[in-house]
Design a protein around this ligand. Structure first.
Ligand code: RP5
Length: 159
């Protein structure tokens, strides 16, 4: 079965990355979650990037903060699409460190970067990628979008 790999640089990223976990569980999509630090477990990073595609993972969501090299390094090693989540892990420069170090990839090694702390959208985007070749997931995405629309319409009723 197809699954999504979710990795983060530290357990301290989990409160942010939980949004990706929750939305994917809501779509009944299988996930594999792990902590992989680009700087502190480089061998594990190499192994993950080289082998994730061999065990049914189709998309990787990678979240990290600060000098956030995890998504880019995984993208350099893996043939899979990588979605990067910049995590605001320090207050010093408001998360710009995370955003810029994930966003500014060189040509040829893409990382689809979502907003700061945007793990929910990372999960939805990963589901949409799977859904492009899986009608059951695509149907769930369409239901989800109908739900978004209904909420906005409802919110206008009691103005
Ligand atoms: C990054 O450093 C992690 O992704 C995390 O956002 C940040 C802080 O990590 P800890 O010091 O909390 O382990 O590598």
């Amino acid at each position: 079965m197809s699954k999504i790999g979710i990795i983060m640089g530290s357990k301290s990223d989990l409160p942010v990355m939980q949004d990706a976990i929750d939305i994917l569980k809501g779509f009944d999509i299988e996930i594999e979650v792990d902590i992989v630090s680009a700087h502190r477990t480089p061998e594990k990073l190499f192994d993950y990037g080289k082998n994730a595609h061999t065990r049914g993972i189709k998309v990787i969501i990678a979240g990290a903060g600060g000098a956030a090299h995890l998504p880019g390094m995984v993208a350099s090693l893996s043939p899979l699409p990588v979605i990067g989540v910049p995590v605001k892990s320090s207050n010093s420069i408001d998360g710009w460190d995370s955003v810029l170090s994930i966003l500014q990839m060189p040509g040829g090694v893409p990382v689809a970067t979502v907003a700061l702390n945007g793990a929910k959208n990372a999960g939805i985007l990963a589901a949409q990628i799977l859904g492009s070749s899986d009608q059951c997931i695509l149907d769930k995405i369409m239901v989800y979008k109908e739900g978004l629309k209904a909420k906005v319409i409802d919110s206008a009723k009691d103005l």
